[in-house]
Design a protein around this ligand. Structure first.
Ligand code: SDX
Length: 434
């Protein structure tokens, strides 16, 4: 529970001497918050924080990030320990329920998810409304939102059972939709999910198997994919999670909220960065060009940024990037790829940037997206599918945060205000007088 901190902040209006004591609330760890919920009523002023650089939007018990120390905890467990010892479905259970499952709980959860992976046969027609060259994220936005048109039996957001059924359906079906979006883009038939395969193995099988021959996924690639899913599963109140919470605060159904989260994730400043990193590395092309692009990234007049670098919260290494870089080497070794020029280029770019005052001063480090694309490419996943994989992994985080919000008895519809800079009131001007 949040605790009222003995300290308060006093706000003083110097023009009339009025002052207000603002209460401070303390969580279990991390920055305290100044409670400004009464500010407008008391002072007739709003706070102003575009981009929410200093704003806590909610209470949460799911994920904690210490950006200065490069710490990421899912329900208190460090991300590197989960990446090393857990697996994605166990992590899904942890994020949803708050505790690691015992053997019985884990077996039932895995069975429940496994038995929800198929899509209604009519879903296949949805894909055929898209051009074959449609970006898979456009397909994901449309088809995931369409789940609400099929599953009317789990749309009552005030029914805990409905919420969990919808949560399970989303965790289970989003990978199937993602794989079908890929198959549709390359003109291959959809591959049905299989109940005898694990989550990551099933996803890779749906992506790469064909009716013409068996496809056996290597254990290393399964482990690498499963680890990548864990690393991307949740991340506190990032842009797409905040989008899901804001959409959900109006009472919208969970399928519509997750579709909104997918749309937000697509942006290159957010989940779209993994695709943008590969495009950037291919544009840089070789190590000799790195200084030119580092200078472009530093040039205020140039919109170019080093994709996969920087983070609103991490002012140290993104712990996920460290695990991802280790995975890069494992996957490339497993695939017998002795030298991947893109990895060499990425590591040299990281070295040069981290020695450059501009990046050091601004504490810009590689983030989760910097290395992930290199692994995806090595596995055979096309760049246009990179952010789709991020969405597959993040669905559990989004739906866990959505459940937490709906279960919060204090939650209200999110409705920010503004600093208005437009025209004051004026009379309509008839056309003949304009
Ligand atoms: C994700 O929020 C999350 O948790 C997101 C995420 C998750 O798991 O959900 O972690 C996933 O989205 C990771 C981030 C992926 N995006 C990118 O890699 C795109 C490149 N990065 C930047 O666009 C940027 O760093 C952001 C968007 C990630 C963060 O932007 P902020 O916090 O708003 O920082 P800013 O734009 O105010 O930058 C501060 C300074 C600026 O310079 P000054 O004006 O102070 O001189 O740093 C500079 C920026 O110009 N800067 C960069 C840079 N990132 C910041 N300069 C060059 N290259 C960059 N990548």
């Amino acid at each position: 529970m949040p605790t009222k901190d003995p300290q308060t902040f006093t706000l003083k209006n110097n023009s009339n001497g009025n002052s207000w004591d603002l209460p401070v609330i303390e969580g279990t760890v991390g920055p305290k918050v100044i409670d400004v919920r009464r500010l407008y009523a008391d002072t007739d002023c709003f706070t102003y924080d575009p981009g929410f650089t200093s704003t806590g939007s909610c209470e949460s018990k799911i994920t904690y990030i210490d950006g200065d120390e490069g710490i990421l905890l899912y329900r208190g467990y460090p991300i590197d320990q989960l990446a090393e010892h857990s697996n994605y479905l166990e992590t899904c259970y942890l994020l949803l329920y708050g505790e690691l499952p015992n053997n019985e709980e884990k077996t039932k959860f895995v069975s429940d998810i496994t038995n929800h992976t198929m899509l209604h046969e009519q879903f296949n027609t949805f894909f055929h409304g898209f051009r074959r060259d449609a970006h898979p994220m456009a397909v994901m936005c449309g088809v995931v939102g369409a789940l609400a048109a099929f599953y009317h039996d789990s749309l009552d957001i005030n029914d805990p059972h409905h919420r969990m059924v919808s949560s399970y359906r989303l965790i289970a079906k989003v990978p199937t939709i993602a794989a079908q979006a890929y198959k549709y883009s390359i003109g291959q038939p959809f591959i049905s999910p299989r109940n005898d395969l694990g989550f990551a193995e099933n996803f890779l099988h749906m992506m790469f198997a064909t009716p013409a021959e068996d496809y056996n996924v290597s254990r290393i690639l399964c482990k690498a994919m499963d680890r990548i899913l864990i690393l991307h599963a949740d991340h506190e109140q990032n842009a797409s999670t905040s989008t899901v919470r804001l959409a959900g605060s109006s009472g919208a159904n969970p399928f519509a909220c997750i579709a909104a989260g997918i749309a937000s994730l697509w942006g290159p400043a957010h989940g779209g960065a993994n695709e943008a990193v590969l495009i950037m590395l291919n544009e840089i092309e070789n190590i000799n060009n790195i200084p030119k692009y580092v200078n472009k990234a530093k040039d205020k007049n140039d919109p170019f940024r080093l994709m996969g670098f920087g983070h609103r919260v991490y002012k140290n290494f993104d712990p996920r990037a460290k695990v991802m870089q280790q995975s890069c080497h494992e996957v490339l070794n497993e695939l017998g790829i002795k030298d991947e020029p893109l990895l060499d280029l990425a590591m040299e770019l990281e070295r040069i940037a981290l020695e450059d005052e501009y990046f050091v001063e601004r504490k810009l480090y590689p983030n989760v997206d910097f290395y992930s694309g290199i692994i995806f490419k090595a596995i055979g996943i096309p760049e246009s599918m990179f952010t789709v994989l991020f969405a597959v992994a993040r669905t559990v985080g989004w739906i866990s945060q959505w459940n937490e919000m709906i279960e919060d008895p204090t939650q209200k519809i999110g409705r920010p205000r503004q600093l208005y800079l437009g025209e004051t009131i004026r009379d309509y001007i008839p056309l003949k007088k304009r």
